[in-house]
Design a protein around this ligand. Structure first.
Ligand code: SAH
Length: 346
């Protein structure tokens, strides 16, 4: 067992089984041994590759989106550009390189990992860091971007077994970790009538709380947000919790703290939460559709004329937009303080 597994086994032995949400929090963000707290997980030598790490074109297109929103806001002289979960800081660095609003924005980053904060400080030296949305200044518009952030926030799972809907939890039986099913005290358990035998239903109170705070920030500062993640547009049944290590799927209860853990984002739930806070929702649309409508193909053509490796640019474009790559699974949703803002790309 690794150190995190030792800790988790001890925790379960003294506190009892943990729900999937608690399991994700411990595995990803235990202050010392959590997956994001101790290493840089990205790229070829790491565990997974995200869109900004594939090509500069991704960050540049997000920059085009921010520039459009900023113009539609009437080009405020000062605004906050906030990225949630910036990874290595690559997206923000690519975005700022082409930004017409560079002198008008203050860059703020929401990040919990000390290892990634250090990398972000190299990529974006003038940034300011936060661990919660509560400390973001409210006296000027905030434009927020988040790529593959929501999928790292914890979900809880319920499964329909012989006894009806029960919560799926993680137990330690003295030898190994195992799933168990417990009667849930949560009022969020799906309706007893719905679902078939073995169906899994996921909820994410953490994402709902985050979306609520984000929406209040958007309303309060007359701001906007762009959320990009893999997920579904309609709610439904399915176990989407997955662990990835060295670019391969691994069993969720193996390599705890040494594998990335994510779950698909239910964009319907995000939209409902935002709307109930009075925020206008655009999309979700597929990432491929979004990037093309912002002009990624033109940008690729231009870069090809400048670069020695035109084939690399073409293959990066394909990875980002093709339906059998990231183009369809990943969705993009816009949030804004007013329906009149109508951000680009939707
Ligand atoms: N956006 C980046 C990184 C995605 S990985 C990219 O596209 O490459 C998820 C990021 O969110 C990491 O930076 C991770 O440390 C951060 N993160 C995950 N959960 C977080 C939380 N609860 N609070 C703050 N940051 C978090």
């Amino acid at each position: 067992m690794n150190e995190l597994e030792e800790y988790l086994a001890g925790y379960i032995q003294s506190h009892g089984s943990v729900d999937i949400g608690q399991f994700m929090i411990i595995a990803l963000s235990h202050p010392v041994h959590g997956y994001y707290m101790k290493q840089d997980p990205f790229g070829r030598g790491g565990d997974f590759t995200t869109a900004p790490e594939i090509s500069q074109m991704f960050g540049e297109m997000i920059g085009v989106w921010v520039a459009d929103v900023w113009e539609k806001m009437g080009k405020p002289a000062q605004f906050t550009l906030l990225e949630c979960g910036p990874g290595r800081g690559t997206l923000m660095a690519d975005l700022l390189r082409v930004a017409p609003f560079k002198n008008n924005c203050e860059v703020h980053l929401l990040e919990m990992s000390p290892v990634l904060k250090a990398l972000q400080a190299k990529a974006v030296p003038d940034a300011q860091w936060h661990e919660s949305l509560d400390t973001i200044p409210c006296n000027r518009p905030v434009i927020i971007i988040a790529n593959e952030f929501l999928d790292a926030l914890p979900v809880r799972q319920f499964q329909k077994i012989e006894k009806g809907w029960m919560e799926r939890v993680v137990n330690f039986n003295g030898r190994e970790f195992e799933f168990k099913w417990e009667k849930s005290s949560s009022p969020l358990v799906p309706q007893q009538s719905g679902g078939r035998f073995n169906d899994v239903f996921e909820i994410s109170p953490s994402r709902n709380t985050f979306t609520k705070s984000l929406s209040h920030l958007i309303k309060q500062t007359k701001g906007a947000a762009l959320l990009i993640d893999y997920g579904h547009v309609q709610p439904g049944y399915g176990d989407t919790l997955q662990a990835v290590k060295e670019h391969r799927y691994v069993p969720v209860l193996r390599h705890i703290g040494d594998a990335d853990l994510t779950a698909h984002v239910d964009f319907h739930a995000i939209a409902e939460e935002a709307k109930s806070a009075g925020v206008a929702v655009s999309g979700p649309v597929e990432q491929g559709v979004f990037l093309k409508s912002l002009g990624i193909e033109m940008r690729a053509e231009y870069l090809k004329t400048k670069a020695k490796n035109a084939d690399d640019i073409e293959s990066a474009l394909h990875r980002l937009v093709a339906s059998d790559q990231m183009g369809s699974l990943f969705k993009v949703m816009g949030l804004s303080y007013d329906t009149l803002l109508q951000p680009a790309g939707f």
